[in-house]
Write a protein that binds this ligand. Structure first.
Ligand SMILES: CCc1cc2c(cc1OS(N)(=O)=O)CC[C@@H]1[C@@H]2CC[C@]2(C)[C@@H](O)CC[C@@H]12
Ligand SMILES: [Zn+2]
Length: 261
């Protein structure tokens, strides 16, 4: 179909601009973050996450990633502080990862990529009525990016990786209640922040990115379970393993990356 996109040779990031011209815009994501070039901004306060009342609802495979959705009908789970002028409501989180033994983060740090990257997606419910409306507005979304590095088993990631077999195929969804993503945070909330975009079509330039400096550690075995997911639906005869679902870094176009203290 016309707007079908993916991560392969024919439909991947290098051709997205054909259907989504904004792919060549001036605030695209991800980017390569160069720590020495980031400017320390003393006015940047700490990030504050209030996830305690959080209400996850389901986990699903949307054919591009695995997504955990939250009930965003009120301000139970919000991110605020840092570069944000008001609280942004938690809507979903999802991951991007590489193939076996390959790295698959979207943002890179001084040219180095991590095994995977977790995106916690929040929207500006103070200014916009719906997530879709916010997703198209320049100050509509705030995405918290967390790098995953391989090492020891992550104590809490099992809750997610143990559920992945239930959402193997594109379009599958299953209940996933009472998961609090606070358990996926590293010990430090030090971050870089810059203005960017969605990293998948429609690539709207609507995201205030907040990328944590400290990665979380997960095991190769846990990462391997993400690769049991498929890009393809149950009815498709060709099974395509879900991996390398990341967009490479995009031109900075003169943007400033700021660093928390
Ligand atoms: C920020 C997380 C997010 C949201 C969306 C996408 C992709 C996203 O992941 S990412 N990697 O953070 O950019 C692609 C589909 C988008 C959706 C935002 C809302 C929409 C734009 C809908 O209105 C129609 C298509 C949707
Ligand atoms: Zn993402």
């Amino acid at each position: 179909t016309g707007n079908h996109w993916g991560y392969g040779k024919e439909d991947g990031p290098s051709v997205w601009h054909n259907n989504y011209p904004v792919a060549q815009g001036n605030r695209q994501s991800p980017i390569d973050i160069i720590p020495q070039q980031a400017s320390h901004d003393p006015s940047l306060g700490p990030i504050v996450l209030n996830y305690d009342q959080c209400t996850s609802t389901n986990i699903s495979n949307n054919g591009h990633s695995v997504v955990v959705e939250f009930d965003d009908s009120d301000d139970r789970s919000v991110i605020q502080g840092g570069p944000l002028d008001n609280p942004y409501r938690l809507k979903q989180f999802h991951f991007h990862w590489g193939g076996k033994g390959c790295h698959g983060s979207e943002h890179t740090v001084a040219g180095n990529s991590y095994a995977s990257e977790l995106h916690l997606v929040h929207w500006n419910a103070v200014k916009y009525r719906t997530f879709g409306e916010a997703a198209a507005a320049p100050d509509g979304l705030a995405v918290l990016g967390i790098f995953l590095e391989t090492g020891d088993d992550h104590r809490w990631l099992h809750t997610i990786t143990d559920a992945l077999y239930m959402v193997k195929f594109k379009g599958s969804v299953t209940d996933f209640k009472r998961f609090n993503p606070k358990c996926l945070l590293p010990s430090s909330l030090q971050y870089w922040t810059y203005l960017g975009s969605l990293t998948t079509p429609p690539l709207h330039e609507s995201v205030t990115w907040i990328v944590l400096k400290e990665p979380i550690i997960v095991s190769d075995k846990q990462m391997g379970k993400f690769r049991l997911l498929l890009f393809s639906g149950e009815e498709e005869d060709q099974r395509k393993r879900m991996e390398n679902n990341f967009r490479p870094p995009q031109p900075l176009q003169g943007r400033k990356v700021r660093s928390s203290n």
